[in-house]
Design a protein. Structure first.
Length: 339
């Protein structure tokens, strides 16, 4: 009887030891991720990004190329591939490209080192490493890290959950949450290829096929129809905020709407139909830094933010809003009669 009990206790001890050996600690997994995601010479991925901050979810397709040290190409398209924007970083700088409007903007920016993005796996690894209070657990065949966000939406969307396949150690999904832990943005990775390297020339902004052009210009890929003008209003739910004035102007035959908001936080929004560049190319100059608004890629400075969305051009100016607050307003803009 004693012999049988001893054997049973020995077997149980071995099972517990083997189980403990098989478990991965947060530090073990993070070390492997840094080696696989950050140290790689390059990667290529495709993902689907769902934005759930508006009245209806919006879905975008994302393609990313990254080659060390600082070459990036991020293409964001809607589900119909009709509206496309790209962020390109090459040796000449950071560019935001809108092919359908034949417009390209150049920034003197350190993007993305100062603005983490959920679809850049190197940024995700740095977010996990930087947050000493992050939590870690295993969920079935996946690891899950919950960390603070470090992007331009970090006050509005402070938490992210990063899901990683145990076998491949590749990300499968990122959920970005608001203060109530409600999912607002979801990035689902379709395919991630580690070690894929692109030549520096593949990160150049397209040049027109004929004639000499300035560097950093782009040729329009397609003609677009002029959309109907629909006034957009911010959907932020701030106390004491109300629409003070709405002016409709006619400037050289083009309709322009100016919205003025008052309260503790004051700002003005100017909107009009986007004008497609009719020449072959356009110079690339833009103030501030590129910022991902979810619905579009904009340019933000200390007191303004500009972007193009739904066939419209927007400019928001304020001396009382922070950059994060301006981004929150811009991200909430919706074509609606709600004010």
């Amino acid at each position: 009887m004693k012999s049988r009990l001893a054997k049973w206790l020995f077997a149980l001890t071995m099972i517990l030891l083997l189980s403990a050996c098989g478990a991965q600690s947060k530090e073990d997994v993070l070390k492997k991720l840094s080696s696989k995601w950050v140290d790689t010479k390059g990667y290529e991925l495709t993902a689907e990004m769902s934005i759930m901050t508006g009245q209806e979810p919006k879905v975008y397709q994302v393609e990313v190329w990254h080659t060390k040290p600082d070459f990036y190409r991020v293409k964001v398209s809607d589900t119909n591939d009709e509206n496309t924007q790209m962020i390109v970083r090459n040796k000449e700088g950071v560019f935001v490209v809108t092919p359908a409007l034949n417009k390209t903007y150049k920034f003197q920016s350190k993007w993305p080192s100062e603005n983490s993005q959920a679809y850049l796996i190197g940024s995700l690894a740095q977010d996990i490493k930087k947050d000493k209070t992050s939590t870690f657990k295993e969920e079935g065949g996946k690891y899950m890290f919950e960390t603070k966000t470090s992007n331009n939406h970090k006050n509005m969307l402070p938490v992210q959950r990063i899901y990683i396949d145990k076998k491949t150690l590749l990300p499968t999904q990122v959920s970005i949450l608001n203060e109530n832990k409600e999912e607002q943005i979801r990035v689902t990775f379709n395919q991630v290829t580690i070690g894929k390297v692109h030549a520096p020339g593949e990160f150049q902004i397209e040049q027109t096929p004929t004639g000499q052009t300035d560097k950093g210009t782009v040729e329009a890929s397609a003609e677009i129809d002029n959309p109907a003008f629909e006034t957009h209003y911010p959907m932020v739910q701030w106390d004491q905020l109300h629409l003070l004035d709405e002016k409709v102007l006619n400037v050289e035959g083009d309709k322009r709407v100016i919205l003025t908001y008052s309260g503790d936080k004051q700002f003005t929004i100017i909107q009009q139909l986007s004008e497609k560049n009719t020449s072959t190319t356009i110079p690339v100059f833009a103030p501030g830094d590129p910022v991902d608004l979810g619905v579009a890629i904009g340019a933000v400075t200390d007191q303004s933010i500009s972007w193009e969305q739904d066939g419209m051009s927007f400019f928001l100016a304020s001396s009382s809003l922070t950059k994060e607050e301006m981004i929150e307003v811009a991200s909430s803009m919706s074509g609606s009669e709600l004010k």
